[in-house]
Structures are given as C-alpha cells and as structure tokens.
Design a protein around this ligand. Structure first.
Ligand code: C5P
Length: 397
C-alpha cells in the first residue's frame, strides 16, 4: 500500500517530466508523503513551483542553496522508495557509473531504500547498446525498472522508449508495496530455454524447450525484490525487461555465463533444458549429402547444475529440474543427490499439463530431507510462485 509511504521522486530532463506533476498528484491522493528532487534540466520542462505545490514540500535541486547544505544522506535514509521518473539517458549513464554531479545523484548514491526507475527517451537512444548496458548495470546493483512503453515519442516517431504512464507507475508501486519483498537484496541466477550445439554453420542439436518456465521464474523472483540474472538459451519468447539477461547459444556458453555470475549468487535455479550431447567438432562448412549415412561423434556437454553443486558454499541455495518419463520420484531424488542440489523440481511428461512449450506445468518438489511438495496443474506463472514459496520455506533467507 502506498498510504503512509515516504517517497522521493527524482525528475530528470525529459519531455516526459511534464507527467511528473500527475505522478505527484496520484501519490499524494494515495496517501504518500512526497519529496521532489529535480535536475536543473528537468526544471526547463516543468516548473518547480508546480511540484512544490502538489507535493506540499519544498523542491530540491542543488547540493547547496543559500549557503545551506542539502543533506543527501538524510534524504536517502528518509525514503521508503526512491522513484526516478522520467529517467533520462544522461542521468541513467551517470547512475550506472557512480557520477555525482548534482543532488539527485548524491541522494541516489546514498539511498538505503529500494530505487526504481521509469526511463523515457527516444527509441534510438533506448535500443542503443550503451543504454542496454547501463540499464543492466542498474539492475545488477539491485535497482528496479518500470519498463518503457511502445508509442508516440517526442521526436514524432513511434516506438519503444515512452515513459510508463503515471497510472502504470502508481500501479507498479502499489504492487511493490503489497507484495512481500522477501528477496530484496538477494541475487538470483536462473538458466532457461534450450541450448543449441552446432553441427555445422546451418545445423544444430537442440530440443523443444521454449524457456517459458524459466522466464516465469525470473519474473516472479524480480517481483519479490531479487536482482535477477537470466542466462537464456535460443528462444523466440520475449526477453523480460527489468533484469540482466545474458543470451547464450551452447551449453559451454551457458556454463561460462553461470560461472561468472555464481560467486555473487544467493539462489541459483537451473531451469534450462541443456542439450546433453554436442558434436566433438563443429564442421566449418555445411556438411554435404555425399553418403546415405553419416556419423557425427558426440560428447557429453558440461553438466552446469552439477558443476555449480560442486562449487556451492553454505550460504548458497541451488535448485534443479528433473523432467522424467518413468520412475519419476526415484530419478528426481537421484539427481538431487548426484548434483548436490537443495531442491529438485520434478515434472513428468506423463502429466498432461506439463512439458515443453505448454502454458501450464505440474510439479512435485523434493528437498534434501526427501520432503515432498505436490502441486496441481497450474499456469507457469502460478507454478513459479509455488516454486519461490517453497524455496523461501526451505532456504531461510
Ligand atoms: O540430468 P538432467 O538433464 O535430467 O538434469 C536436469 C537438471 O540439470 C536441470 O536442472 C538442468 O537445468 C540441469 N542440467 C544442467 N546441465 C546439463 C544438463 C542438465 O545444468 N548439461
């Protein structure tokens, strides 16, 4: 609930700044206490007087004014949440790099509360590689993102980069305060999707995984306040916003990405359907149909879950999946032990609502004490909620 919450609204130089007045109005109406901090370029787009009137508080923008120092540390500690809306490309880049040349940035750097940003920029800027890197950096710091919309832009063009509407921002905050943020401060690593093992430049070994379950888990963990890194194999599914996404193709690349992230990870969920075998050598040229039969020598891919199970320390929690067709419980428990996982999530291909590409899943979870948590067939988003609830039950955050 927004009622009674202390909110810092940071406004930066973007035409969407005119909508900040409505954000303040809606926050005040919802019962929040609001303090506005503006960059100097923001005040070219909207008058501080409008915002001080609506927020019933003095608007701050300078580190010192009339020989009085604005206590950015106290401001950063006062708030329950710091919202930057609109967040310009320039302030985003400064936040990603620890630059501190105005009051807003000083407050950001000293904020002890959660920080959420609602960017606004033209599509070309939004899709630029540097913007993507800066957004991913912010997410890796544990900041939250309210995704941009697609629509009319200040340039007259239409596309991605439009700031979320004030009503959407308020709805995001309502949800944020309502939902128990049990995973705040936790870093979660999730693998999802298939891997493709290259045979030649046009062919690969893969499987039917779409990554839907792993993406649902990544969204659920993010909604619970975690900072999420999603290592995602080849899939046509939309890449979720608001988290660090590392695209990979092969099992080897997936392992390398996981090994980089795992040391800073609290919870790792290995949901990917990693291809089990990979050609020993990938042909540099397309293989010609010279004979009726050909032989491709295959070798096992690295087992990522097992590798992380071997590296895991006491504070880390590791979750694996087991997709089985027979002797399900026995095979799942074997995997739990062999790979040193803390939980194993079993789905059986014998269950109608489970399997690749489906919108639903039916799972049973086992922990190291062989406790069994059984669930009905549900939408993958609801299955993700059950999985995170079970993780929280077993792993004492
Ligand atoms: O051995 P199996 O593939 O059935 O085990 C499934 C679990 O192991 C899943 O959590 C999957 O993500 C993980 N796995 C892995 N690397 C592999 C094979 C499976 O991380 N090469």
């Amino acid at each position: 609930m927004i009622k009674g919450k202390k909110i810092i609204l940071g406004i930066t130089g973007s035409i969407a700044a005119y909508k900040a007045a409505l954000i303040v109005r809606l926050l005040i109406k919802a019962g929040a206490e609001v303090k506005v901090i503006m960059t100097t370029s923001a005040s070219n787009f909207i008058a501080p007087l409008t915002l001080s009137t609506l927020s019933k508080n003095q608007v701050l923008s300078e580190l010192s004014e009339n020989e009085t120092w604005a206590n950015h540390v106290a401001l950063g500690r006062w708030a329950d949440i710091m919202l930057l809306a609109p967040l310009s490309c320039n302030t985003l880049a400064k936040m990603a790099n620890g630059i501190c040349d105005n009051l807003l940035l000083a407050v950001y750097l000293s904020a002890t509360c959660p920080v959420v940003v609602a960017p606004a920029m033209d599509e070309d800027m939004w899709i630029h590689q540097s913007t993507k890197q800066n957004i991913n950096k912010l997410l890796s710091f544990g900041n939250h993102l309210i995704p941009v919309n697609n629509g009319e832009l200040a340039s007259g063009l239409s596309g991605q980069g439009r700031m979320a509407e004030p009503e959407e921002i308020i709805a995001w905050l309502e949800k944020f305060f309502l939902c128990k943020q049990e995973l705040i401060g936790k870093r979660v690593l999730i693998t999802a999707g298939p891997t493709h093992e290259q045979i030649d430049p046009v062919r690969f070994i893969g499987n039917h995984s779409t990554g839907k379950m792993g993406i649902a888990l990544a969204k659920e963990c993010m909604a619970r306040g975690a900072s999420v890194s999603l290592v995602l194999g080849p899939t046509a599914e939309a890449v979720p916003a608001g988290m660090e996404v590392i695209r990979v193709t092969s099992a080897r690349e997936m392992l390398d990405a996981c090994l980089t992230i795992f040391p800073q990870t609290d919870i790792a969920i290995m949901c990917a359907a990693v291809a089990d075998f990979s050609p020993v050598t990938a042909s540099a040229q397309k293989i010609k149909k010279l004979n009726d039969n050909i032989t491709i020598e295959l070798t096992q891919t690295p087992d990522i879950l097992k590798t992380l199970g071997g590296l895991k320390n006491d504070g880390q929690f590791l979750v694996g999946f087991a997709l089985e067709t027979d002797n399900e419980k026995e095979h799942a428990l074997q995997k739990l032990r062999k790979k040193n996982a803390d939980l194993i999530i079993l789905n059986s291909l014998r269950d109608q609502g489970a399997g690749f590409g489906k919108e639903t899943n039916k799972i049973t979870i086992f922990d190291q004490g062989e406790n069994e948590y059984k669930f009905e067939t549900k939408l993958k988003s609801a299955v993700a909620t059950d999985i995170v609830n079970t993780i929280l039950k077993v792993y004492h955050v």
